[in-house]
Design a protein around this ligand. Structure first.
Ligand code: DHE
Length: 552
């Protein structure tokens, strides 16, 4: 069925051919004079603004902030020189509509039902005119946006409560633009804080005291857990669009510096982790890793992790395929080593020793392994179609120490051996989750657990995207497929363990009845369902202890 839909899309696409000229009055327009059937494409200023918002929210992650393409194809009106991908004008309104509504076999989701018909119609036109120009945003603009709400001197020096901060969970309520802080011991909601549009991830400071959020709007929010109820103490906008933030974790640098990874503009910004005052900005534009001398202005910063063994962050530059090892000992003038790897870098995490970092180059179906203390590329491993590990997870069995990734483009879990000996840095086992197709986003286990959890969030089949699969870490056999409990619906996304490693928290979003479902990791029975007006489309959840110590 899916293939049939794709064939229809391709046929529609091939039916159209056209050429463009541009702009009439204050409207954006393109005339397709070669095709008598198609009227000129017109987008008013108002529609351009709305289209940009929708694009930024739904499409920019994969297709690039400037529509130049990344994991997804470019979306420029006219085929760029040297590209084998047609321009959007060649697809025309009907072709683009078919793509947007149905998705593609390459992993683009079906947007019908998520976007309204009006939004889809607008996007079919928006994508056929030139993209809007992104204004400059550097250290001056970042400093102007900086808001120190509670200076360090006015903050408590010790917790104003007796709760166990280590077992707090920060939970992202994506569409509400909020982060909830939940006490993992009592399961009480302690605060729901306004953090900005579509928060993407949270990270905790090396001491565990502060929680930082970063959103698609580029806003960083700093939450203090020492106050009676968690409160926002500083905020700043590091760019227009972002997905990652991390703190300094090396001995002597705890809670000192923070790094922001910008999608748009493409840069890293280093900030004071106590106040969020900006210290330096370094653009990430540069040559692509493949040695073809291609210079890329849009070189977005994807995942970032902090080393525990050295004063460095690992910042992964998506479009160039360069892994940056950023030495933060002189934060105003950071030392940067660039390691060419593969494109396009996305998400990744540590092996169990904290010495090696593994990251997905999702468009080339590879996992890149970096030896961080020695600043060296170890290996590039082919795993499957569009690996998507999140931070991955580490398990141990007769095959060795294994780092695990799921895949967006196919139903496959790949187990990479990380300890020395035969098979090190190769895929030593592959297994399938339940049903067909890909769509998995995250995997998770815990050193104290015998279970490995995987979601299927982007699988188009509702019976699969609403369940989580649990594997036995010794046998790697599927042990259970857990459906959404009664009274809960939507897509299951992202698993997180509590500090003790005996509970797993799963989010349900994009349905009528959002929830955070807490499972007993031993019995696999539901222990608690957290719901309420404040639980709005929860996505990522971050346990303070596990996030601080990179336990996954
Ligand atoms: Fe994410 C991690 C980018 C879509 C939920 N996501 C990441 C990271 C990147 C990224 C670069 C790694 C951050 C790090 O470790 O420093 N994500 C993108 C995109 O570009 C993409 C594909 C499209 C977009 O426009 O954002 C995208 N992500 C999604 C979603 O649709 C999810 C499910 C819900 C949402 O927020 O819209 C989603 N991404 C997450 C979560 C993490 C994440 C929960 C953190 C995982 C972890 O355990 O660290």
């Amino acid at each position: 069925m899916k293939n049939l839909k794709f064939l229809v899309i391709v046929l529609i696409a091939l039916t159209f051919s056209c050429k463009s000229d541009k702009k009439g009055g204050s409207d954006y327009s393109v005339t397709k004079s070669d095709s008598e059937d198609i009227a000129a494409v017109r987008v008013s200023d108002e529609e351009m603004k709305r289209g940009s918002e929708i694009y930024f929210d739904r499409c920019a992650g994969c297709h690039g902030s400037s529509r130049l393409g990344a994991t997804g194809t470019h979306l420029l009106p006219v085929r760029p020189e040297g590209s084998d991908k047609p321009g959007t004008l060649e697809f025309g309104t009907d072709g683009l509509k078919a793509f947007i509504e149905n998705g593609t076999p390459g992993g683009m989701p079906e947007w019908k039902g998520i976007m309204t018909d009006e939004e889809i119609e607008l996007m079919t036109r928006f994508l056929q005119v030139d993209p809007p120009v992104i204004p400059p945003y550097g250290i001056g603009e970042i400093t102007n946006s900086w808001n120190l709400i509670v200076p360090v001197a006015d903050r408590p020096t010790k917790p104003e409560h007796n709760r166990n901060i280590d077992n707090y969970f920060g939970v992202i309520m994506r569409d509400a633009g909020k982060v909830a802080i939940i006490d993992g011991d009592t399961k009480e909601q302690l605060a729901v804080l306004k953090t900005g549009f579509a928060v993407h991830i949270l990270r905790t400071s090396a001491s565990g005291r502060y929680i930082y959020s970063v959103g698609r709007d580029g806003r960083i929010t700093m939450i203090d857990t020492y106050t009676k109820s968690p409160s926002i103490v500083a905020e700043v906008k590091g760019g227009f669009d972002a997905r990652s933030v991390e703190v300094s974790k090396f001995r002597g640098y705890e809670d000192k510096y923070l790094v922001f990874g910008g999608y748009s503009p493409s840069h890293i910004a280093i900030l004071d982790a106590q106040t969020l005052e900006p210290l330096s900005v370094t653009p990430t534009a540069g040559n692509a890793c493949d040695g073809d001398k291609e210079y890329l202005e849009e070189a977005r910063v994807a995942s970032i992790v902090a080393s525990h063994t050295d004063p460095v962050w690992i910042c992964n530059v998506k479009e160039t395929g360069m892994v940056w090892i950023v030495d933060y000992t002189d934060p105003r003038n950071p030392g940067i080593t660039q390691i060419p790897s593969a494109r396009f870098l996305h998400d990744g995490g540590w092996d169990s020793t904290g010495h090696y970092f593994l990251v997905a180059a999702n468009a080339s179906n590879k996992i890149v392994v970096i030896d961080v203390p020695n600043k060296k590329l170890v290996k590039i491993i082919e795993t499957g179609i569009k690996p998507h590990p999140g931070r991955g997870t580490n398990i141990k069995n007769d095959l060795g120490n294994l780092w695990v990734t799921s895949h967006l483009g196919e139903n496959k879990l790949s187990f990479i051996k990380t300890n020395p000996g035969e098979g090190q840095w190769t895929v030593v086992k592959e297994v399938q989750a339940t049903g067909n197709g890909g769509g998995a986003l995250f995997v998770k286990s815990h050193p104290k657990s015998k279970h490995l959890w995987v979601d299927r969030t982007l699988n188009p089949n509702a019976e699969l995207n609403s369940v989580v699969d649990v594997f036995d870490t010794n046998t790697l056999e599927l042990k259970a497929t857990l459906p959404a409990p009664e009274g809960v619906d939507g897509r299951a996304v992202h698993m997180e363990y509590n500090k003790a490693g005996d509970e797993v928290w799963v989010s349900y979003f994009m349905g009528e009845n959002s929830a955070i479902v807490i499972y007993n990791d031993k019995t696999l029975k539901v222990k608690k369902i957290i719901q309420g007006d404040w639980v709005e489309n929860p996505t990522g959840k971050f346990n303070v202890y596990n996030t601080t110590n990179d336990i996954y």
